[in-house]
Design a protein around this ligand. Structure first.
Ligand code: NAG
Ligand code: NAG
Ligand code: NAG
Ligand code: NAG
Ligand code: NAG
Length: 585
């Protein structure tokens, strides 16, 4: 910026409001704030900006259009936990040892040796917060508080992994919030199969500097978004003057119970606030998605109000494709239908495009060109190196990073992808933990080495291995994977480009298989109160893990004022801890 521009900027700042001065004086490129939105089980075709005809996502659409739409964004895995392992570490998930969906009473979690984005950003003094679904281990030591996050509010796993309350909404209107109706908890609890009641009721956790409280168990799904909004707003307000990282992995729009009939207590297998229930044209799924949109609108409104838009990069995407067997309660993969498969389960848990190709955009006022679009190949593993670069943190040494810096793609008009071969690890044979390379993206081509249905799988008979040549599509011309260029048996005779690509792909595939190292999760000794059958989140074992909610006015005013030293002292006083100023670094 030249002298005159600097002077004019300063002048403009001096005559604008106080909060704006504080915020805007920060150089937008010096350790920008990051807001990372990660929706659960949302498909490519679910948004207004990707062409859904009736869905209601005005805030998301506005942000997408005012930023850069990223049309070739792949998730790190087609399932929840592994997708998050890849996102948090920038590494192919099998390297981390997280090869499956973690349960609610497992002793496993993301190994503490892995460097998370939050730990990386803490090296340059970011304040880090997460609100929503963690799903990388529910044991105390695996929770976000011990993985680089200063603050956490959320459900540590999926919202179908236990029962929640749903407040009734008489007349479908907002009602007195002090009278929650436990209409879906009337049935007697049946002892869970593993005898651990921790899995029975969904918990809502709050962590502050690695100190943990169970706020509600069972939690009230109808009021969840309201609490998430409150947390996100406070977090941004309290940290407006310093760099922050807010990771917002929504519990929405994953279906609620439905895996297991005896848990099937929630109507429509979706949830939303009273204000949003039955408000969209797309049924319960549309209401839940509208609630996501509402929360995102609130975050952006807060950033605007505090004058932080130019200091904040927003990334938005989903963890994996829609859970297609859940029909109307699940999302849509839109154009990425995997027609060649001949079955409808090409969404979640498959490495057809519908399982891994995500809607995505980046928004950063003043840095990212509005109304722009890139079809360069991006992976959610790229978030780690990209945030590291923009925050000025050197990449960790001695580990294999599979993600690539995508800053050029975001910030420049013609930035190029650094993924020559982007491998997809998946689940063939219907055995989830048995994971391996199932497909690869190379230029316009997508090659499959093994195909199988996603959820609704276990269909050994529908699994096809391509041992001679890969099944090849040009997904730039044929995004719905309908017309194979190579069927796996014979090379395309009249297509020298594709033949050459297949040769390169086979060489890269052989190299990947020969050099890839599968990680193991080192056992973590039981912490206090833990042990076999006692790894789940439970507020009180003598009440079968069901307790009164701590979320009341007192909690909100005494505890839930994130950030200030005064608050920090009060919080630890409440917990009865001496050493309250000792911060996790
Ligand atoms: C982070 O904080 C430490 C301790 O206050 C300080 O020494 C260091 O310079 C800070 N780093 C950055 C990048 O601001
Ligand atoms: C965070 O808390 C867990 C569980 O109490 C503990 O194992 C871990 O050492 C703590 N981490 C830090 C950095 O204090
Ligand atoms: C949804 O709203 C319509 C129109 O307001 C109403 O007739 C219907 O009963 C509502 N359905 C539910 C499930 O609340
Ligand atoms: C657990 O519940 C029992 C039975 O209601 C109660 O007596 C006890 O105080 C509770 N424990 C805690 C730590 O709240
Ligand atoms: C816990 O569950 C068991 C068996 O399902 C039942 O016998 C017991 O009464 C329950 N305890 C409470 C406090 O609800």
């Amino acid at each position: 910026m030249n002298q005159l521009a600097r002077f004019l900027l300063l002048l403009a700042l001096l005559i604008s409001t106080k909060t704006r001065v504080v915020a805007a004086l920060r150089d937008p490129l010096d350790r920008p704030n990051f807001v990372l939105f990660f929706v659960d089980d949302l498909g490519y075709g679910d948004l207004g900006f990707t062409g859904h005809p009736t869905t209601s996502t005005p805030n998301i659409d506005r942000l997408a259009w005012n930023g850069k739409t990223l049309t070739t964004w792949y998730s790190g895995c087609a399932l929840c936990s592994c997708s998050r392992a890849a996102l948090m570490t920038g590494r192919q998930y099998p390297r981390t040892g997280i090869r499956q969906v973690l349960g609610t009473v497992d002793d496993l979690g993301l190994p503490l040796e892995e460097v998370t984005i939050a730990e990386q950003l803490k090296k340059v003094n970011y304040t880090t917060g997460i609100v929503g679904k963690w799903h990388l281990g529910q044991r105390l030591a695996y929770l976000p508080g011990n993985q680089g996050f200063d603050y956490y509010l959320g459900i540590p796993y999926s919202d179908d992994m236990g029962n929640g309350k749903q407040t009734s909404c008489p007349g479908n209107k907002a009602e007195d919030p002090t009278e929650p109706v436990q209409e879906h908890l009337k049935g007697k609890p049946i002892p869970p199969p593993d005898g651990d009641y921790a899995a029975w009721y969904l918990p809502l956790l709050y962590q502050e500097h690695n100190k943990t409280r169970i706020i509600e168990q069972p939690l009230d799904l109808t009021k969840l978004a309201q609490k998430y909004n409150r947390f996100a707003t406070k977090f941004i307000e309290d940290n407006k003057d310093e760099p922050f990282f807010l990771y917002f992995p929504f519990n929405h729009v994953h279906t609620t119970s439905g895996n297991n009939d005896k848990w099937d207590t929630m109507p429509n297998r979706q949830f939303a606030s009273c204000e949003l229930k039955n408000r969209t044209k797309r049924g319960a799924f549309g209401d839940a998605l509208a609630e996501v949109d509402w929360m995102i609108g609130n975050v952006y409104e807060t950033l605007q109000r505090l004058g932080l838009e130019e200091n904040t990069m927003i990334l938005w995407t989903s963890d994996n494709g829609p859970a297609t067997p859940r029909r109307f309660d699940a999302g849509s993969y839109g154009i990425f239908s995997g027609e060649y498969a001949g079955y409808p389960w090409t969404g979640k848990a498959s490495t057809w495009e519908g399982g891994i190709r995500m809607p995505a955009f980046a928004h950063w006022k003043g840095q990212i060109q509005p109304f722009s679009r890139s079809s360069q190949t991006i992976s959610s593993m790229d978030v780690f190196p990209t945030f590291s670069h923009l925050a000025g943190v050197p990449l960790p040494s001695g580990i294999v990073l599979d993600g690539r810096d995508m800053a050029d793609i975001l910030l420049q008009e013609n930035g190029q992808s650094r993924h020559d071969f982007l491998f997809f690890y998946g689940f063939c044979n219907g055995h989830w933990p048995r994971t391996g390379v199932t497909a690869v993206r190379h230029g316009p081509y997508k090659a499959h080495f093994c195909t199988s249905p996603g959820l609704g799988a276990g269909h050994e008979s529908m699994t096809v291995h391509y041992n001679k040549y890969p099944l090849l599509f040009n997904v730039e011309e044929d995004p719905s994977e309908t017309f194979p260029i190579c069927d796996g048996n014979t090379l395309p005779e009249n297509d020298p480009d594709a033949r050459a690509a297949i040769e390169r792909i086979l060489r890269a595939y052989a190299m990947e298989k020969a050099t890839f190292e599968y990680g193991k999760i080192p056992p973590l000794p039981p912490g206090p109160g833990e042990g076999k059958g006692h790894y789940g989140v439970c507020c009180n074992r003598s009440t079968n893990c069901s307790c009164e909610s701590l979320w009341d006015d007192n909690f909100q005013s005494r505890l839930f004022t994130v950030g200030s030293e005064e608050h920090h002292a009060r919080y630890h006083e409440y917990l009865g801890e001496e050493n309250h100023m000792k911060r996790a670094t």
